[in-house]
Design a protein around this ligand. Structure first.
Ligand code: SF4
Length: 302
C-alpha cells in the first residue's frame, strides 16, 4: 500500500504545482488578445510566469492550495478502506513536503489541523465501474473562487429569469457580474442545470475536470456554453477584474433531471488556477494525466 500512497503524493504534487497545459494554453491565448501595456496583459503575464516557476520548482501555484475533491473509479466490490487510508496518508506527506499549505481549520475553534486532514476533508467519492483497473481524479479548489459559487432557484424575479435556457443564461451572466473583482479571473464556470441543491453543486464541480477544449455532447448545452463565454468576455471585467477581453476561459454545463417543483441553476466558479490531475492504475502500470476524460466516462452520463 506504500506504493499507492506514493502515487497519491505524486498526484497531489502534480495537481498543486503543474497547471494543466490546456489551461495554460487558454491563458496564453487570452494574453495575446490583450493590448500590451494594459493591466490585463501584465496580469496574464504574471500568471503565466508564475505557472512556469511553480512547475519548475514543484512549488504551489497559489498560496491557497484549496479544498481537495477526489473521485476514485474502481471495480465493483473492491475494498475502499485501504484507498481512503492511502489518500489521507498522502495528504499528510504532501503537506509536509510543502506541495500543499496546511489549509484546514476547525470551524468552531479556528485551529488549523496542520496536515490538511479534518472533518469532511479531503472529500473522497468512490464510483464503481466495470473495468479492471482504477482511475483517480483530484481537484484542488481555492477559497476565493469557491466563495463566488452560487445557486439560483428559478423563476428568479430579480433577473426576470424563467424556467428555460434563457433563464439559465441570465443566471450565468449575473453570476459572472457578481463575481467581478473576486475569485481571480479569468476563470471557468462549471454549471449544473436541475438536480437538487446537493447534486447541483457536486455536478457543477465535476465540470472542472473537462478540458478547456472539450465540446459538450449535447448541442443545446454546447451552444449555451459558447454563447455565455462570448457574452461574458464582452462585459469588460477582464483578468483579475482589471478590465479587458478575457473574463472567462470556458463555460462547462451539465443537465440533471429535477423535480417538477424545483429548477436550480448551480454555478461553480473556478479561478485561473484550475488545478486537476488524474492517474490510471492497472497492475504495475501507473499513468498520470491532466485529462480525466481520457481515462474514464463523462459524468453525469448523457
Ligand atoms: S481564487 Fe484561486 S488564484 Fe485566487 S487566491 Fe484563491 S486559489 Fe489562488
Amino acid at each position: 500500500m506504500k506504493n499507492l500512497q506514493e502515487t497519491f503524493v505524486e498526484l497531489l504534487r502534480r495537481a498543486a504545482t503543474d497547471l494543466p497545459h490546456d489551461v495554460e494554453d487558454a491563458l496564453t491565448r487570452a494574453q495575446n488578445e490583450e493590448r500590451r501595456g494594459t493591466a490585463a496583459h501584465s496580469a496574464l503575464s504574471i500568471i503565466l510566469q508564475n505557472a512556469v516557476a511553480a512547475r519548475e520548482a514543484s512549488a504551489p501555484l497559489c498560496q491557497d492550495t484549496g479544498t481537495h475533491t477526489w473521485s476514485v473509479y474502481l471495480p465493483d466490490g473492491a475494498k475502499t478502506e485501504p484507498i481512503l487510508k492511502a489518500i489521507r496518508a498522502a495528504t499528510v506527506v504532501a503537506t509536509r513536503k510543502s506541495y500543499l499549505r496546511p489549509n484546514q481549520m476547525d470551524s468552531l475553534s479556528g485551529k488549523n489541523s496542520g496536515d490538511n486532514l479534518g472533518v469532511g476533508h479531503p472529500g473522497v467519492h468512490f464510483v464503481p465501474w466495470n473495468r479492471s483497473g482504477m482511475h483517480v481524479d483530484v481537484l484542488l479548489k481555492g477559497g476565493g473562487c469557491e466563495n463566488c459559487s452560487m445557486q439560483y432557484s428559478l423563476p428568479e424575479q430579480r433577473l426576470g429569469a424563467g424556467r428555460d435556457l434563457a433563464g439559465v443564461r441570465a443566471c450565468l451572466l449575473d453570476a459572472v457580474h457578481r463575481s467581478q473583482g473576486r475569485g481571480c479571473a479569468p476563470g471557468v464556470l462549471g454549471v449544473a442545470i436541475g438536480g437538487d441543491r446537493t447534486t447541483g453543486y457536486a455536478t457543477a464541480k465535476e465540470q472542472f475536470f473537462r478540458p478547456i477544449q472539450d465540446v459538450n455532447p449535447d448541442p443545446r448545452l454546447g451552444a449555451l456554453e459558447n454563447d455565455v463565454l462570448s457574452c461574458a468576455n464582452r462585459l469588460g471585467i477582464g483578468p483579475m477584474g482589471f478590465g479587458g477581453r478575457t473574463t472567462l476561459l470556458a463555460v462547462k454545463i451539465a443537465g440533471l433531471h429535477r423535480l417538477p417543483a424545483s429548477f436550480f441553476v448551480t454555478v461553480g466558479y473556478m479561478c485561473w488556477a484550475c488545478r486537476r490531475a488524474s492517474v490510471a492504475l492497472e497492475g504495475r502500470n501507473v499513468r498520470f494525466s491532466q485529462n480525466a476524460l481520457a481515462g474514464r466516462p463523462r459524468r453525469p452520463a448523457v
